[in-house]
Design a binder for this molecule. Structure first.
Ligand code: PNS
Length: 166
């Protein structure tokens, strides 16, 4: 991308599950980085019990990005430590609306305290996806609503299996 050296971008998140909004941000990242690593975190800043295990969330990421130039991994522990381990130059996060800003700003500042060399960039998803969140998708799916416009088919199948069985 720079002509001098490869830029590696790390896109971390809970991805519980990965939505079309996440997919859009990951693919947009390919426009600004040579290497894109989508990393599902075991520990989220927000206290929440995930609907899908770490392994399941990673499997869904691998399914939706299959055949694309996007690596999918999981990590435990601090984001800054994993960023160092995978050689990331920048961390990418999606910014949907002003309401996301405070949370993202707080995390970016804390991460900067932990590793001043790491840069954070924020990408906005397609406007049509800007209302979308994994938590809304989970709740709608759990209550029997149709989420087929919000997630890719491998994720839809998992949601059906998870919540129809519940
Ligand atoms: O999709 P999310 O839940 O908004 O993603 C938040 C995530 C996973 C990126 C954040 O919680 C994180 O970086 N977790 C790893 C643990 C860590 O480094 N926590 C301190 C962050 S300031």
């Amino acid at each position: 991308m720079t002509g001098l050296r490869q830029v590696t971008a790390l896109y971390p998140g809970s991805f519980d599950p990965v939505t079309l909004g996440h997919e859009d941000v990951a693919r947009r990242t390919l426009r600004v980085a040579d290497r894109v690593v989508v990393a599902v975190a075991e520990s989220s800043t927000e206290t929440k019990t995930p609907a899908f295990s770490l392994a399941e969330r990673l499997e869904m990421l691998k399914e939706v990005f299959s055949g694309e130039r996007i690596e999918c991994v999981s990590f435990r522990g601090l984001l800054v430590d994993y960023a160092r381990e995978c050689g990331a130059d920048v961390v990418v996060r999606g910014l949907r609306a002003v309401s996301d800003f405070e949370y993202e700003f707080q995390m970016a500042q804390m991460n900067r305290e932990l590793n001043p060399d790491l840069e954070f960039i924020f990408l906005t998803p397609d406007a049509e996806l800007s209302f979308l969140s994994a938590s809304l998708v989970r709740q709608v799916a759990q209550l029997g609503g149709d989420v087929s416009s919000f997630v890719s088919s491998p994720v839809l199948e998992r949601l059906k299996r998870r919540f129809q069985a519940a």
